[in-house]
Design a protein around this ligand. Structure first.
Ligand code: ADP
Ligand code: F6P
Length: 464
């Protein structure tokens, strides 16, 4: 079988990819581990203050070759901090109000994509299958094609694809979608992302899309599009969540709760995750059900991310204010309503904390999939499972419809769902959990990986 070459902005180091990395990294590593191959991308390092980047550093780990490059300060600022995270991320999450366009940053975004493609070239073999991930790398295939690469190249978008009217807010939207059409297969998380892409192709690009949305002809190219919902390996998560129950951090948390109920939330500290609305819903719960004061705690784990982008500094300040305000209002001498932790945890410790809690509170304002929702369900004890309260705007809501589905803009709706979750009878909890676990098993991480790669390997190699 042809070798798999994965390209993503971040590359998990060999140790991380085996144990503690998130869904994308676990999935990518799983794909590579089975077949062998290459994982190429940014090392996460900024090399010097100038404009010179650092070429690939190669580390072999079993059958997987990790090839990582360093970015200069200028490239990091323009490609990663600027166009990717201050323009594409907010618009693709329907936050045009937070988007900031700078033509030089866009030029930097394209320049870094072209440079990355040049760095990959010497590592490529003629029949490699190349799988590129996420919004940082939309122009990557186009750059490879310009360099004469004829391999099959697929792209998977981990975040939402916005409706055309929203995408128009990105000034070079037409160039970006044209670049996207240089891939042979383009994959999305949900049906509504695929529909939005098809709408853009028909209305803005004047291309054609087949009835099922899967065959796209635009900009003189023909490509395949599809929905590939990223998943988890639920049985691995359940086993590890159980195994880590006896870990010191988990025992200490349980002891400190003194039989109080626990609501768990885990997110990167991102404005798309709806954390401030969540805090306010919890506050409303304590107001409307005073008997819960002193009887339930919300643990919010939120490690900072993209901390040098201004909107992330604002959300961090706002959350510190909200957590402080709510805790000041309700805390007792031996009870703090919100425990707000800005740090990363070992993945399996998080799964054990999910298992120890009565409610998983996952309420993004917009999210491609949200793996935390799936991990929460997978980590539960089937005999005594916790309840998932899930935003309708998470991609995961399409599969996890046995969760308590809420609208994160409706604070009262969320607080009522919390109350219902905290008092739900065992039988109903088991029933909802059984349905959601079955959905996770039907579409696990292996299914995501294999269906995408089957489709990619089935296309005729791309034409430049
Ligand atoms: P996103 O990709 O936007 O960050 P997801 O929910 O899809 O959101 O994926 C996040 C992944 O990162 C999950 O696998 C989750 O377990 C992991 N994660 C989130 N917060 C932490 C943390 N504080 N420590 C360790 N892992 C985390
Ligand atoms: O799709 C979510 C995502 O943007 C991934 O591409 C990325 O690995 C993750 O979030 C973390 O973001 P960052 O790499 O900016 O820290």
């Amino acid at each position: 079988m042809s070798r798999l070459v994965v390209v993503s902005n971040r590359v998990a180091t060999p140790t991380e990819s085996k144990g503690s990395a998130g869904g994308l990294a676990v999935g990518v590593f799983g794909a590579l581990k089975d077949t062998g191959g290459v994982w190429f991308g940014w090392s996460g390092e900024i090399v010097g203050e100038g404009t010179a980047n650092a070429g690939p550093e190669i580390v072999q780990d079993g059958a997987v070759t990790f090839a990582t490059v360093g970015l200069s300060r200028r490239d990091y600022d323009q490609y990663y901090r600027g166009f990717s995270n201050a323009m594409l991320w907010p618009v693709f999450h329907y936050r045009n109000d937070l988007a900031r366009y700078d033509r030089q940053e866009y030029a930097g975004y394209r320049r870094v994509n072209a440079w990355l493609a040049q760095q990959l070239l010497p590592l490529l073999k003629p029949d490699d299958v190349i799988w590129v991930h996420d919004y940082h790398l939309i122009p990557f295939a186009e750059a490879l094609r310009l360099a004469g690469v004829k391999n099959r190249i697929g792209f998977f978008l981990h975040i939402p694809f916005p409706a055309p009217q929203v995408l128009l807010n990105v000034p070079p939207h037409d160039e970006l979608v044209k670049s996207l059409c240089c891939y042979d297969v383009v994959g999305f998380q949900t049906e509504s992302d695929l529909v939005a892409f098809g709408d853009y192709i028909v209305r803005q690009a004047h291309g054609t899309v087949s009835r099922d949305g899967r065959t796209v002809d635009a900009y003189g190219r023909s490509l395949r599009a599809g929905v590939y919902r990223i998943g988890v390996f639920p049985d691995d998560i359940a086993a590890q969540a159980k195994r880590f129950e006896t870990r010191k951090d988990v025992r200490e948390l349980k002891a400190s709760l003194k039989d109080r109920k626990l609501i768990m939330s885990v997110d990167r500290l991102d404005y798309s995750k709806g954390i401030a609305e969540r805090f306010r819903a919890f506050e409303r719960l304590l107001e409307t059900a005073p008997e819960l004061q002193g009887a339930v705690s919300l643990v919010q784990v939120a490690p900072p991310t993209r901390a040098d982008v201004q909107s992330y500094q604002h959300i961090r300040q706002n959350l510190e204010y909200e957590a402080g305000r709510i805790n000041g209002r309700f805390s007792g001498l031996d009870w703090t309503p919100i425990r707000y932790l800005n740090r990363r945890y070992d993945r399996w410790v998080l799964m054990s904390l999910f298992r120890a809690s009565q409610v998983g509170f996952v309420t993004p304002l917009r999210d491609g999939m949200n793996l935390v929702a799936k991990e929460y369900v997978a980590a539960q004890d089937p005999d005594d499972p916790g309840v998932l309260v899930l935003s309708r705007f998470a991609g995961a809501a399409a599969e996890l419809d046995a969760a308590l589905i809420v609208n994160p803009h409706d604070i009262l709706d969320m607080s009522e769902a919390l109350q219902r979750a905290l008092t739900m009878p065992l039988e109903e909890r088991q029933d909802r959990h059984r349905k959601m676990l079955a959905a996770l098993r039907r579409n696990d991480l292996g299914v995501w990986r294999d269906t995408f790669l089957v489709d990619l390997r089935a296309v005729r190699p791309g034409m430049p």
